[in-house]
Write a protein that binds this ligand. Structure first.
Ligand code: S3P
Length: 450
């Protein structure tokens, strides 16, 4: 069911325990990048374990529209015949990125230094999100963008015919912006420099090196400076996509707060730029065990075991940890509701420009289920009710946001009464098998009549 189709209202009922193995899908960030860099390499890139969620499938379709050959080989295996750096053809139609901020922003970067024009759009959530944070630096390369007021989609990007390399300090912690600039830098002559104050997920840097680009990363007066040598010939790669730690967060967190649970999530990516949630859960007293630590496809991976943890305590999550767990605050606030004491999440204003305003979405949904919260522009405080203390019985609005929908369905598993979500369809963007996988662990999810 598509998030642009009819709404799928769903109720999650309290259960006794979640038990078993959760094979969560491939990493969304890495999947987008594998398709895009595969399309910019010369020759065939093979990808294993690609996330076949709507967001990533749209990036695959977009790469076809730019001239790459993208083939689904079955069983999560994909082949991409790339057209080479600077080899993108002009798409014959508008590129619809659906719900995917990562997709649209990275693709805009990748095409912005080719002499072609492309028009972009997306669903209602994506059309409300700011694109200026990407088109501002792309203008420095010589590209132009024409969108709606506030830099919103639909938007047309006219690529630079004679791009120049750029030095850009990313003004907000955003891996999407950093990546868009690096991808644009691929087809500019000379060195493009990107500086970030805070370390954000580094999959683009890692993968660019894997594809044979010259990328160096240095610390200069507390800043991270990435230098990319332009116009390399990218060599095709065999990429094994680790499972998504941001998707793993849902069965893991549901297990921590649902009595009698014991869940194993094999093979999850543990890139330190993504691991902030797990640090925080440990500080809260979660029973988590990382087993078989190893490396796969240039990324650290492990098997993660999570058991019901009745002694969870509220914590203060420091602002400097925000970038490494930015997508996990919604599910962390659900865990916080079942902890003793208050959990303060500071420095989280980027949550306001995600698929929804996630601070507001979590605050309203938690209140509707009997949890007290305090909210400020860049802060969310959840007053925990202790294990089994969340009343539930309320309804939450998903706001076209997969992570909001999944978070409230997890809340329902451990609350005293069922929790309703008005629309579970957006879950298909990142975790198409969520309903089946959670049900196999013992969750009781029921589709309601719309
Ligand atoms: C992503 C970066 C983050 C994150 C998103 C995926 C990426 O967005 O929220 O889900 O793959 O680069 P920002 O770069 O806007 O923080």
């Amino acid at each position: 069911m598509s998030h642009s189709g009819p709404a799928v209202p769903m109720t999650s009922y309290p259960v006794r325990g979640l038990r078993g193995t959760a094979d969560v899908p491939g990493d969304k960030s890495i999947s987008h990048r594998a398709l895009i860099l595969g399309a910019m390499a010369v020759g065939e890139t093979r990808i294993e374990g690609l996330l076949e969620g709507e967001d990533v499938l749209r990036t695959g379709a977009a790469m076809r529209a730019f001239g790459a050959e993208v083939t689904n080989l079955g069983g999560g295996r994909w082949s991409v015949h790339g057209v080479g750096t600077g080899g993108f053809a002009e798409p014959a139609d508008v590129i619809d990125c659906g719900n995917a901020g990562t997709g649209v922003r990275l693709i805009m970067g990748a095409m912005a230094t080719s002499p072609i024009t492309a028009a972009f759009t997306g669903d209602a959530s994506l059309r409300a999100r700011p694109m200026g944070r990407v088109t501002d630096p792309l203008a420095l390369f010589g590209a132009a963008a024409y969108g709606r007021q506030g830099g919103r989609l639909p938007m047309t990007v006219v690529g630079a015919a004679e791009p120049v390399p750029v030095q850009y300090a990313v003004p907000m912690p955003s891996a999407q912006v950093k990546s868009a600039v690096l991808l644009a830098g691929l087809n500019a002559p000379g060195d493009t420099l990107v500086t970030e104050d805070e370390l954000t997920r580094d999959h683009t840097e890692r993968m660019l090196s894997g594809f044979g680009a010259e990328v160096t990363v240095e610390e200069v007066s507390g800043q991270r400076v990435i230098t990319l040598r332009g116009q390399p010939e990218l060599r095709p790669q065999d990429i094994v996509v680790p499972r998504d730690p941001s998707s793993a967060a849902f069965p893991v967190c549901a297990a921590l707060i649902t009595e009698g649970s014991d869940v194993l999530v094999p093979n999850i990516g543990l890139n330190p730029t993504r691991a902030g949630l797990y640090t925080t859960l440990r500080e809260m007293g979660a029973d988590l065990a990382f087993e078989n630590l190893r490396e796969a496809g240039g990324e650290p991976v492990a098997d993660l075991r999570a058991r019901f943890s009745p002694g969870l305590k509220g914590v203060e999550v420091p602002p400097e940890r925000a970038a490494s767990m930015i997508d996990e605050y919604p599910i962390l606030s659900v865990v916080a509701a079942s902890a003793e004491g208050k959990t303060t999440m500071a420095g989280v204003k980027e949550l306001r420009v995600k698929e929804s305003d996630r601070i507001d979405a979590m605050a309203r949904g938690l209140e509707a289920n009997g949890v007290r919260i305090d909210e400020a522009e860049d802060r969310l405080v959840v007053h925990g009710l202790g294990p089994g203390g969340v009343p539930g019985g309320g309804k939450a609005a998903a706001r076209l946001d997969h992570r909001i929908a999944m978070s409230f369905l997890c809340l329902g598993m451990s609350a005293a009464r069922p929790v309703k979500v008005d629309d579970a369809a957006p879950i298909a963007t990142s975790f198409p098998a969520f309903e089946e996988l959670m049900s196999d662990l013992g969750a009781q999810l029921r589709r309601d009549n719309a």
